[in-house]
Design a protein around this ligand. Sequence first.
Ligand code: GLN
Length: 197
Amino acid sequence: APVVGVLALQGGVVEHMRAAESLGARAVKVRAPEDLQALDALILPGGESSTVDRLCRTFGLFEPLRDAIRGGLPTLGTCAGLIMLSSQIEDPAPGQQSLGVLDVTVNRNAFGSQVASEEVALDWLAPDPASGAEGATVRAAFIRAPEVTRTGEGVEVLARHRGAVVAVRQGSVLGISFHPELTGDTTLHRTLLDAVG
Ligand code: GLN
């Protein structure tokens, strides 16, 4: 079974582990650089991105994570995880850094409180990884969600919400603004495992 690491410093860890396990993967927690070694894929969960950033640096994980993702480890970042992956944050917390492995700019709190806990069906612009079918929808929960405000060259837009880009892919890196793990939708986890090849 493929081994999926879930960054387990803060935020929605267990839900992602369950989603990966429901697809037959083995899920492990990533808390130290050595936890990255035997992974086939990686998930950076939602939470609070400036806290995750600070804890990554405290635990010596910032550079190892960046290097593993740059090295081609298939990665899914959700919400705060998308912010961590980004190359630029419009509204960083003081001193906040991001990994710079996904060439997008994000606005951390774009959706603010209006969409604080909205659950919606998003039109998915990529074919379903299992069936190859087009025109799928993804059930998404938005919680103080970021928006992608710029996409660099080679970044594919996978979904929009209220006109804003909320899901992107660049090579083996997937970044989404919302939480699929809270709605039971496994499209994103299947897409991640599909990239394991
Ligand atoms: N806006 C939050 C941040 O700055 C992300 C919220 C979330 O992950 N649900 O990290």
